[in-house]
Design a protein. Structure first.
Lengths: 112, 115
């Protein structure tokens, strides 16, 4: 059974600081996705990582994937309050199943 | 706006009742997925349909069932409801049977409260 673990689960940051969220998964997969969810809202796709060594950046967020280590990171640079949300990583089960297995999420709170 | 439409937005019902949640996928998407989000279990995959056929089942209870119709909309039926079924139910869609290079696109969810 594929397991996806994120840490930390809760993160309180000050504006302007840097931090990294980690996502480990238990079986081989080449596809990993990062989503953002605001309270009571839907999930918004942030990044799609499709191969070993993939790195994607959007604004203050950068995601990377190491399939050999079964590890993805989401790095936050110079955090701002608008980044406060819950961030999920999700791993593709692959094949024709096509469903994602989600981590428990990291609740990020950025304080002034 | 993801293009995935879910109705209703909120649903309040009593234990033992049955409800139906509806999802219309993005235009052109043939796959529909259902997820349940609760505080204790997180986001749990329930079931996946592709072009009307069931493709994968996750942690879906026997009291729950789903189908995808010829027009590609999908319904999730929840019966003999229990307090623990209270959750946010998301529908998501994608173009193909697998995820390919695209992420899943999620609807805004249906919040179910069982009293």
């Amino acid at each position: 059974e594929l397991k996806v673990e994120q840490n930390p689960l809760f993160l309180s940051m000050q504006e302007g600081k840097n931090y990294t969220i980690y996502c480990n998964y238990s079986t081989t997969s080449d596809r990993l996705y990062w989503y953002r969810q605001d309270p009571g809202k839907s999930l918004e796709s942030l990044f799609v990582l499709l191969s070993n060594g993939a790195v994607k950046q959007e604004g203050r967020l950068m995601a990377s994937l190491d399939t050999k280590a079964r590890l993805s990171t989401l790095h936050i640079t110079a955090a701002v309050h608008d980044l406060s949300a819950t961030y999920f990583c999700a791993v593709d089960m692959g094949g024709s199943q096509g469903n994602l297995i989600f981590g428990k999420g990291t609740k990020l709170s950025v304080k002034p | 706006d993801s293009g995935v439409t879910q109705t209703p937005k909120h649903l309040i019902t009593a234990t033992g009742q049955r409800v139906t949640l509806r999802c219309s996928p993005r235009s052109g998407d043939l796959s529909v997925y259902w997820y349940q989000q609760s505080l204790d279990q997180g986001l749990q995959f329930l079931i996946h349909y592709y072009n009307g056929e069931e493709r994968a089942k996750g942690n879906i209870l026997e009291r729950f069932s789903a189908q995808q119709f010829p027009d590609l909309h999908s319904e999730l039926n929840l019966s003999s409801l229990e307090l623990g079924d209270s959750a946010l139910y998301f529908c998501a869609s994608s173009v193909g049977v697998g995820l390919s290079d695209s992420p899943l696109h999620f609807g805004n969810g249906t919040r179910l409260t069982v009293t």
